[in-house]
Design a protein around this ligand. Sequence first.
Ligand SMILES: Nc1ncnc2c1ncn2[C@@H]1O[C@H](COP(=O)(O)OP(=O)(O)OP(=O)(O)O)[C@@H](O)[C@H]1O
Ligand SMILES: [Mg+2]
Length: 270
Amino acid sequence: MGSALEEAAPADGRQPGASRHHVLRIRGLTVGFKGDPVLTGVDLVFPRGTITALIGPTGSGKSTFLRTLNRMNDRVPGYYRKGEVELDGQSIFAPGVQLMALRRRVGMVFQRPNPFPLSIMENVVAGVRAHGLADRAGRRRIAEARLREVGLWGALAHRLNESPFRLSGGQQQLLCLARALAIGPDILLLDEPTSSLDPVTVEAVEDLLRRLTPAITVIVVTHNLAQAKRIAHFTAFFNQGRLVEHGPTARVFGDPSAEETSRYVTGRIG
Ligand SMILES: Nc1ncnc2c1ncn2[C@@H]1O[C@H](COP(=O)(O)OP(=O)(O)OP(=O)(O)O)[C@@H](O)[C@H]1O
Ligand SMILES: [Mg+2]
C-alpha cells in the first residue's frame, strides 16, 4: 500500500520533494555582477539521463547560467543571485551544502581549458585524489580508462608525467573532459567542449556524450547548431539574458514558438 509518506521519501536515497524525472530544477533564476542582471527569471528543468543543449548568441548568458549550476560564480566580485537551483529537490545554495560535495556530483568543463600545473596523469585524477576515491594503483587505472574514453590514450600514454601545457588546445580540452569524468559525476556541465577540436574528434566526443547518457545528465553549451540537433534531447534558447524557449530539440528547431528562436536557428541572428 503506497502512502503519501512513502511517496515523499523515495527508497533510493533521494530527498523528499525530489523528482524521479528531473534531476535539476531552476526556478526564477536571476544572476548579475554589480549592475543590471545578465540573466533574468530563468525557469528550466533538466530530465535525468538526458542531454540538453544551451544555445544562443554570444553574451546571452549561457556560460553564466552553466556556472551557476555548480556555484562557480560564488566568488566573482559583485555577483548576486535570486531564485533557486534544486538538485534532486534540494537547494544547492542551502546553508551546509559543501562545495566539494556539490562539485563531485556536478562536474564541469570550462569554455577555456584549465589544466592544473601538475603532470598529465595527476590532472586526470586530481579530483579522484582530492575526494580520496582511489589508491595509487586505482588512480593509475582510472587515468588510463578516462584517457582512453576521450581518445587521448594513444597520444599520451608515454607522456603521462609531462606538463599538460605543452599539449594542443584541443588535447587540453579533452584532458579536462577526462578529469571531469574521472570523479563519476551525476551531471556534466560542458561549455563549448568541442569548439577547438577537429571534425573527427568532434564526432568521437559526441559519441562519448551519447554513451554517457542515461547514466549521466549532460548540459552542453554549443554554438554549433548542427551539433545540438545531433546530440541533444532538449534544447534551450537564450537571448539577451532571457530563456526564450525550451523543449524537445526537434520541436525547437523544426517548429519554434518564438520569432527570435526562429531567426536564430535559421541563421538570421547571432
Ligand atoms: N565575471 C563577470 N563579471 C562581469 N560581467 C560578466 C561576468 N561574467 C559574465 N559577464 C557578463 O554576462 C553577460 C553574459 O556572459 P556569458 O559569458 O554568460 O555569455 P555567453 O552566452 O556564454 O557568451 P559566449 O557565447 O560568447 O560564450 C556578458 O555581458 C558578460 O559580459
Ligand atoms: Mg560562454
